[in-house]
Design a protein around this ligand. Structure first.
Ligand SMILES: [Zn+2]
Length: 383
């Protein structure tokens, strides 16, 4: 009998919250998809058998908030060296580009890299280019917000654009332009039947007012920041409107970059049962004076803050997959895209800081073992 499967991972501990699986399973792939998942799949049925005894097997990780318009917009990360080596097989660029520079991002990055990329289009025509190059906030000059062109760009790139990004912060807009920005983003999302992702760190608007613009499936990012207008009343107790927004279906994303999250506030939220829906990095490329944590480091932070492993996996697989839409990502169900992150949790002494003056120590962290992309073991391209 000739082998039936292209690849078989044997002996791992599968965690797939989408299917409520958590236990020892074998998983086999054919033609880039998950072909079988069960307690025992014979080795002789596969061309390539990889023993992953006692490692954690989960769907390929999804980073819902990063910046990957590499060399299109300054300080954007190279997706293939940032993501695939740690098990992130899908990533979302959130507003690096607007309708003017998105086509270049698509042609020269998204379509050329191995990492599966999606994007939120920035409401500003040039994305974050003006603030990063000239110091002019994204929509400080509201002539940069062009509704018709944004709608047209989304319509022309519906396969890759998930919605519209707005930044309510001094780098993103002015207090006077905050409401017009949210109103325009709402109209763009309605007209294209896509989502809003809104940056709320240092927002001039109270959370309650921001939530009023959001519909089920829209995303609040940097949702666990610790400065003014955060999701708590006092740095500790969750606001009623945060619970109501979650009830309505608003997605709470971490975007854990620099000052954009507060370790004590994250811990308080988790203790009250308010885990993040999606765990993401807000990762950028090398830039003097900045450090950012990659997705495994951010996952390790949330492990230390008290989230269960299964919930961390949910927040980096099926939950971000729901924001992306029906693409077969974030699950190991038969027929799904054959992406897997093989990880381990290893002991040691680790520390993390949030740039707001708080730090934590951790005795365990996630470490990468193997990445499977489209049903094959991923190896970095040599040379
Ligand atoms: Zn960001």
């Amino acid at each position: 009998m000739s082998p039936k499967y292209d690849l078989l991972l044997k002996g791992g501990n599968v965690i797939d919250p989408a299917q409520r699986l958590n236990g020892r399973m074998d998983i086999a792939f054919i033609d880039g998809k998950v072909a079988s998942i069960s307690e025992q799949i014979p080795s002789e049925t596969a061309n390539n058998v990889v023993a992953v005894n006692d490692k954690l097997i989960m769907p390929g990780l999804i980073d819902l908030h990063g910046h990957f318009a590499h060399k299109i917009t300054p300080f954007r990360a190279d997706p293939d060296t940032t993501c695939l080596p740690i098990g992130v097989t899908t990533a979302v660029d959130t507003g690096s580009t607007g309708w003017i520079n998105f086509p270049g991002f698509r042609a020269y990055v998204m379509e050329r890299v191995e990492t599966r990329l999606y994007a939120f289009l920035h409401l500003s025509s040039l994305g974050v280019t003006t603030v990063l190059t000239l110091g002019i906030p994204d929509t400080e000059d509201f002539r940069l917000a062009r509704e018709e062109e944004a709608v047209q760009c989304i319509e022309e790139n519906r396969d890759l654009i998930l919605g519209i990004k707005v930044r309510l912060s001094p780098h993103g807009t002015t207090a006077a332009n905050a409401v017009p920005s949210m109103e325009m983003a709402r109209r763009v999302a309605e007209n294209t039947n896509t989502k809003i992702m809104v940056h709320v760190m240092d927002s001039p608007l109270p959370m309650k007012q921001v939530f009023d613009y959001l519909r089920p499936g829209d995303v609040v990012t940097h949702a666990f920041h610790g400065t003014e207008h955060n999701i708590t009343t006092d740095g500790n107790r969750l606001r009623d409107e945060a619970w109501q927004a979650r009830e309505k279906g608003v997605i709470f994303d971490t975007g854990c970059f620099m000052r954009h999250f507060s370790l004590p506030l994250c811990r308080a939220a988790i203790e009250q049962g308010f885990d993040p829906d999606t765990i993401s990095t807000d990762i950028v490329g090398p830039r003097p004076g900045t450090t950012c944590y990659n997705l495994l480091e951010v996952m390790s932070i949330f492990l230390e803050l008290g989230m269960k492993v299964e919930e961390i996996v949910r927040a980096t697989t099926i939950n971000p997959s729901k924001v992306i839409g029906d693409k077969g990502l974030g699950s190991l169900a038969v027929g799904s895209v054959g992406d897997v992150a093989v990880l381990d949790i290893v002991p040691g002494n680790f520390s993390y800081e949030d740039k707001l003056g708080d730090s934590i120590r951790a005795n365990n962290r996630f470490e990468h073992v193997v990445t499977v992309k489209d049903g094959a073991i991923w190896n970095p391209t040599v040379g």
